[in-house]
Design a protein around this ligand. Structure first.
Ligand SMILES: [Zn+2]
Length: 336
């Protein structure tokens, strides 16, 4: 979706705040968490982010220049998505309006992230990753239990390899697999990011090895669970199978498993995002007068939220300038 007028900054107290994007004219660049699709502004100045997010940006060789004076009208709230992920809560003194921007978030407690915090706000700017009500994520406990059963079964017969996103999801997988009493073997890149998580208190137990090495290595002598970058899974599975002369079982663990075939032996719908109905739960807790949907699917998400009773519109259509009340802004936008 192309950007539209007004699709750019949140303007509060005379300052323009960019939300997980690089935008011209931003006085403050908010980075909600350390996933690569949210850090385009990380090399700009005046970064607003949690200490954990700032530290994890080191994985991309970025040392962010943080905002010098944190403003009293800004608060960061936990988002539940990954280590250090935050929502942005700001109070506009001029209009007396409280805004909250979610970034990526989830309502369920994950293995690594802190549980989400909710706080009453007048306007919610909400992530649109899962804009449709048709599917729901399963309960995390059920998904994790199914993973444990499958892993134990397959380890009797061969090697288990997960393909995973290196930042965030891999550490969650390590934590879940540790819960089954297993120390997974990971690639050097995943090990580097996991060590950063440990220096922030994550307490993960993992081994870093070349899994397709033919050298005898105690960690690789029996059947083991490995985690590799998702894009390298197919290649890694063939190499590991050849090196150890064993069957390799492949797995993926992502919310997109609900929508797409992942091409692995098994796919677990383990998501770090809110589905549509979790978003509704979130909005009921925050109880806003107006919902602004944000991101690639903002139009369809706004339509679907309107169908279940929220006053909702795409962020790109919202007009803030010169109008003091939410009602006035809403009606002004609707006239366009
Ligand atoms: Zn994310």
């Amino acid at each position: 979706m192309g950007s539209r007028a007004g699709d750019r900054l949140l303007n509060v107290n005379g300052l323009g705040i960019s939300l997980d994007r690089r935008e011209s004219g931003a006085s403050i660049n908010f980075i909600s968490h350390a996933h690569t699709d949210h850090i385009a502004a990380a090399r700009s100045g005046n970064i607003l982010a949690s200490d954990e997010t700032s530290a994890l940006l080191g994985a991309y060789r970025i040392k962010p220049k943080k905002l010098e004076d944190e403003k009293g009208w800004i608060k960061l709230l936990d988002a539940g998505h990954m280590l250090g992920s935050k929502q942005l809560f700001v109070s506009d003194y001029d209009g007396g309006i409280d805004y909250v921007y979610t970034g990526d978030f989830q309502m369920q407690k994950s293995a690594i992230a802190k549980q989400i915090q909710t706080r009453k706000a007048d306007v919610v700017i909400i992530d649109s990753t899962y804009p449709r009500p048709e599917f729901r994520f399963d309960d995390r406990e059920e998904v994790e239990e199914a993973m444990g059963i499958w892993i134990r079964q397959k380890m009797k017969r061969g090697i288990v390899l997960f393909g995973s996103y290196p930042m965030g999801k891999s550490q969650e997988l390590i934590s879940i697999i540790n819960g089954f009493g297993i120390t997974p073997v990971v690639t050097p890149r995943i090990a580097e990011i996991s060590a950063m998580h440990n220096s922030l208190g994550a307490g993960l137990d993992f081994l870093s090895r070349d899994m397709d090495s033919e050298r005898t290595d105690e960690a690789l002598s029996g059947n083991f669970v490995g985690i590799v970058e998702a894009g390298k899974l197919r290649e890694a599975a063939a190499a590991v199978s050849a090196a150890h002369s064993k069957r390799v079982y492949t797995a993926s663990a992502t919310g997109f498993a609900k929508l797409y075939r992942m091409g692995t032996d098994v796919q677990f719908p383990l998501s770090d995002h809110a589905d549509f109905w979790q978003s509704v739960d979130y909005l009921n807790a925050v109880s806003p007068s107006l919902v602004l949907t944000y991101g690639g699917s903002q139009d369809v998400f706004a339509e679907n939220l309107a169908k279940v009773g929220f006053k909702a519109m795409p962020f790109g259509e919202f007009r803030q300038d010169g109008l003091k009340t939410i009602e006035a802004r809403w009606h002004s936008a609707k006239r366009l």
